[in-house]
Design a protein around this ligand. Structure first.
Ligand code: NAD
Ligand code: UDX
Length: 463
């Protein structure tokens, strides 16, 4: 079975870059990415590549190559579903904010809506691919919706979770550690798996394309994120022990990372992990374990989140304590708001929670981030519902220049590891700050001894 026409529902951080690369590598397949968010689709179609809705290094080039050749962005969901032989579902699956499983389970309403729309519109057989991250056994629910249409149309459901990380999405898609495809182990299921393998095989070596049953594939995605986040929480837990014992967390990380069984990656102590995936997926894993009565399993993984929340609070508390236990009316400059460098995504960014805690102490925060807008920062704060929108606007200001952010500030807090922060004229920053001038490096990126020589009081996590 040769796929000629792909539809992807959801033009977000995953759907956009993933389909752009699939289209780039398969010029003979027509790929249409659809979304109900008309503004997002308009931005994907913008002639000015700086206006793409997602900032990812290298993405503009891929889009420029494939767009309007075999890559299209549209709001006409029905037409794209009808024309496709393969439909990727890449919509958001956030943590539920209501009802049963509130604050833990994944909200699958967007997934179900897609399944129902496909069931309603499809007139020819389709392969439906779960690209979104989903609780294990979701394919069962999708199958049940699709198989009850009674119009004779046949569907195969595949799980093809996405492992890209933001900020390196294009690189991760072009050279993935592996591609994972799960499907039913029947003749038709195996044919569907092969059809998707063929698409990836145009650029991914076959030995890096893993095929499994549906449930292993669905569960592997949650498991991968849980393991990665667990490493960050583990090193963050140790960072506090380093601070009280005189050990240096970076030295410990290098020492343990040299052990090939442990490996060097994901051992960077930080102000806490953020992003749209780690917390959501672990909470979901915890919820699934609980729903099967596996309470010890649930408690084990929940500790990763508990530790992460603690690390964010601990960083904010350190700032308050160090500034003589009072930050009321003091200007605190934030460098960075995104949850990591090289992305404009702020979902679950540690910066939001640190800002919120400092604002509770009546600090005035001024933020500079190279890619995040003032509007986004306000939306992030308003979402927490801690205070009124007017109060958030008064107490948190966004500026377009780092030197303006730090001028007259009592302290600087580094919340994101943007490379440019290392290149600033730190003497100039020091000269224009209130004294004593404090730096709280939540990402371990600045040169501590250089800044201390200038005169800064310096706090680095885990030292
Ligand atoms: P996103 O919010 O950026 O994009 C989702 C898009 O789906 C939105 O633009 C929304 O308007 C659209 N949408 C929702 N319902 C729709 C419908 N019924 N019809 C058409 N469009 C609809 O989300 P994302 O970050 O791209 O994540 C998508 C999925 O991929 C999630 O399950 C996430 O867990 C998973 N994932 C994300 C990442 C990541 O780094 N962001 C990585 C791997 C996996
Ligand atoms: C993650 C997974 O890495 C990716 O495979 C999955 O598809 C989606 O979720 P993402 O959230 O985009 O990707 O970024 P990631 O690089 O994993 O970083 C997540 C958070 O952990 C960031 O806030 C980052 O700053 C933090 N982190 C990461 C650390 O604090 N220390 C580390 O050593 C690594």
């Amino acid at each position: 079975m040769k796929i000629k026409n792909i539809c992807c529902i959801g033009a977000g951080y995953v759907g956009g870059p993933t389909m752009a690369v699939i289209a780039q590598k398969n010029p003979d397949i027509k790929v249409t990415v659809v979304d109900i968010n008309a503004a997002r689709i308009a931005a994907w179609n913008d002639k000015d590549l700086d206006k793409l809705p997602i900032y990812e290094p290298g993405l503009d080039k891929v889009v420029a190559e494939a767009r309007n050749r075999n890559l299209f962005f549209s709001t006409d969901v029905d037409a794209a579903i009808e024309a496709a032989d393969m439909i990727f579902i890449s919509v958001n699956t956030p943590t539920k904010t209501y009802g049963q499983g509130k604050g833990m389970a994944a909200d699958l309403k967007y997934i179900e809506l897609c399944a129902r729309q496909i069931a309603q519109v499809a007139k020819t057989d389709k392969i439906v691919v779960e690209k979104s991250t989903l609780p294990v056994r979701t394919a069962q629910a999708i199958k049940s919706i699709l198989h009850n249409t009674g119009n004779g149309v046949q569907f195969q459901i595949l799980s093809n979770p996405e492992f890209l990380a933001e900020g390196t999405a294009v690189q991760d898609l072009v050279a993935p550690d592996r591609v994972l495809i799960g499907g039913e182990q029947t003749k038709e299921g195996l044919e569907a798996i092969q059809a998707l393998v063929d698409i990836y095989a145009t650029w991914v070596p076959l030995e890096n394309i893993l095929t499994t049953n549906l449930w292993s594939s669905e569960l592997s995605k949650l498991t991968a994120n849980a393991f990665l986040a667990q490493r960050v929480s583990s090193i963050n837990a140790l960072s506090e022990l380093c601070e009280v014992t005189g050990a240096d967390v970076n030295e410990v990380a290098i020492a343990i990372g040299k052990d090939s069984r442990i490996g060097p990656k994901f051992l960077k102590a930080s102000v806490g992990f953020g992003g749209s995936c780690f917390q959501k997926d672990i909470l979901n894993l915890v919820y699934i374990a609980k729903s099967y009565g596996l309470n010890e399993v649930a408690d084990y993984w929940e500790q990763v989140i508990i530790m992460n929340d603690y690390q964010k609070r601990r960083f904010a508390s350190k700032i308050i304590q160090t500034l003589y236990n009072t930050i009321s009316g003091k200007k605190i400059a934030f460098l960075g708001w995104a949850f990591k460098k090289d992305t404009n995504d702020t979902r679950e960014s540690a910066a939001i929670y640190v800002a919120d805690q400092l604002m509770e102490e009546q600090a005035n925060i001024t933020v500079y981030d190279p890619k995040v807008t003032a509007q986004q920062m306000q939306a992030d704060l308003n979402y927490l519902n801690t205070r009124t929108e007017e109060e958030n606007e008064t107490n948190l200001t966004t500026v377009l220049d780092p030197y303006e952010a730090s001028k007259d500030a009592h302290a600087i807090a580094v919340l994101t590891e943007w490379d440019e922060f290392k290149t600033y004229d730190w003497q100039k920053i020091y000269d224009e700050m209130k004294k004593p001038a404090f730096v709280f490096d939540g990402r371990g990126i600045l040169d501590q001894s250089k800044l201390e020589t200038i005169g800064f009081h310096f706090y680095a996590i885990g030292k």
